[in-house]
Design a protein around this ligand. Structure first.
Ligand code: EPU
Length: 333
């Protein structure tokens, strides 16, 4: 294991924020992970770095988890169990599943990050969430060094949420994730408006067609983190009560929305932010993406604090204009 000192994390987070890690170690095997966590408990885990905003230097030991490998357990007639190690790149893993004709993850194409961090925020897009195909995961408990299996129920998945963002935050390191995918009769989901429109001339799309559609739609709206630093949706879409929603429709009869329950309506944070005039705005190198106001961007040398200040300003304005609290989805470090 090669311990490095005082290294920049700019290339290890998709926001491209330049902060220093006092100590940094690359971990390529479970044995090394066990060894390092036996002696060092105060650690900072870095995987794909796709859901964090770094606002300060890291004085804990930074562990860059690089576990790789995919194992297939093909014993059932209709389904297949596929286990991917935490350090596998999410999108490459999705493409690999599609190449094997394993269905279920195609709507989640092109999401940045790695397999191991995907369950933490129950990644989701275009009508599908990871919980829909999730079977189980294995995680190392930092304090005891023991490996525990978590079932779907134990992960307690919610909208961009899981037990690993709440009670168990910082306590476990996810080392692999198993999905139950379809082998033949794929249960595809093309209910999401943009996908339906994209595939309107294709009544029977294959999982590859759906993945291609998702990739094209994402590319048309969302910035590529390799070109413009970002962390996807910065805020969650807020759920408001139906009385507040009714009030809003007086001035905004065409407000986009999804009904969550009898009394609860979800409204897109991107729409609220756009109405407040932030879409495409730039403050130094921190900005709001021009095609999707839910995505905050780093045009080059923004600091985490500058992006965070912009986020606060957006939250205050949305609160003032709409009386809605926007919750930050990205982990602020
Ligand atoms: N909208 C605007 N202005 C904007 C952005 C959106 O008016 O700047 C409106 C759109 O016109 C549309 C509605 O808001 O009517 C929803 O927009 P979109 O379909 O782009 O989805 P979203 O609700 O903004 C969510 C997820 C995305 C995911 C898409 C597609 C959250 C926080 N975000 O965004 O997830 O890709 O749906 O399923 O739920 C991510 O988590 O990083 C992410 C990109």
């Amino acid at each position: 294991m090669n311990l490095q000192k005082n290294i920049s994390l700019k290339n290890y987070n998709t926001f491209g924020i330049d902060v220093i890690a006092d100590r940094f170690i690359e971990i390529n095997s479970l044995a090394d992970l066990k060894k390092i966590t036996t002696s060092e408990k105060d650690i900072f885990l870095l995987s794909g770095g796709s859901n964090m905003l770094l606002t300060k230097s890291i004085d804990k030991l930074v562990i860059h988890l690089n576990l790789k490998g995919i194992i297939v357990n093909d014993t059932e007639k209709q389904s297949v169990f596929v286990t991917a190690e935490a350090g596998e790149n999410w999108h490459e893993f999705v493409l690999w599943c599609i190449s094997q004709n394993y269905g279920g993850l195609e709507n989640l194409s092109l999401i940045p990050g790695n397999v191991g961090t995907a369950p933490i925020q129950n990644i989701g897009a275009y009508g599908v969430e990871i919980k829909d195909t999730f079977y189980q995961l294995e995680a190392l408990e930092i304090v005891t060094g023991k490996i525990k299996i978590f079932t779907k129920e134990e992960c307690d998945f919610g909208y961009r949420n899981s037990v690993f963002k709440n009670e168990l935050k910082g306590k476990y390191i996810i080392i692999n994730v198993t999905f139950k995918l379809t082998k033949n009769k794929h249960k595809t989901n093309i209910s999401y408006g943009a996908i339906k429109t994209y595939l309107q001339n294709n009544p029977n799309p294959s999982i590859k067609d759906i993945s291609d559609a998702v990739i094209a739609i994402r590319k048309s709206k969302l910035p590529d983190p390799k070109k413009i630093g970002n962390s996807g949706s910065f805020f969650k879409n807020p759920v408001i009560d139906k009385n507040l929603f009714k009030k809003l429709t007086k001035n905004h009869p065409n407000i986009p929305h999804y009904i969550v329950s009898e009394n609860e309506i979800k409204v897109p944070a991107g729409w609220l932010i756009e109405q407040c005039g932030f879409k495409g705005k730039r403050f130094g190198d921190a900005g709001v993406h021009e095609k999707q106001a839910l995505v905050l961007v780093n045009y080059g040398n923004a600091t985490g604090k500058e992006i965070y200040q912009l986020a606060k300003k957006i939250q205050q304005t949305v609160k003032k204009e709409f009386n809605i609290n926007l919750e930050i989805e990205v982990n602020i470090i």
